[in-house]
Design a protein. Sequence first.
Length: 202
Amino acid sequence: MTRDKKRVYAPYSNLDVDQLFNSTYNLEISMYELDDNTQFDIVLAKYNYILMLNPQHINTLYRVGNILYYQKNDYLGTVECYNKVLALDANNIEGHHLDIYFDMGKIYSEQREYDNSLICFEKALLLDDNGQKYHSDIFFEMAELYYFKKQHVTSLKYYNKVLELDSECQVAHNMIAKIRSERISPEAIKEQQEQNIKYKSI
């Protein structure tokens, strides 16, 4: 007669989890380098296994959110992961906040949650101190958002900021010409300025 024996698993240490993350991250990067988008389900499964071992592993949460956004178009899943990173790493020790706010700004914009999108892009601007990474893109996104909100004066301001950094941006040139060709009354300008003051106070 044989007796069933339960397998005993030793708990993973933080070092073990970090090693698992590093190997999974290297696998993910290799897929980008090979332009192979067919294996991201495997990478996600590996990342989710890490989160089963440590649900608060910040870098894993960030990578899962990134894949859900760029590979799966899962906006809700992305925002959930990103918000966890923001909460767990409030002081931005891991350095993900800039990318997170930029991505979330785009997500909220695509969902037509324009005010939330603007808040995220404003936070991204504050984090992008040297302006080397996203400033031009953020200014463009904000110009578009203000145009959608029919705040054309503010939209014009941000399109001009885009051209200060990228003078060859044809879309910005076209939108500036379009806005200037439209008649904007002094009352509309005043109303938009008041809306901007109200937004800045949020």
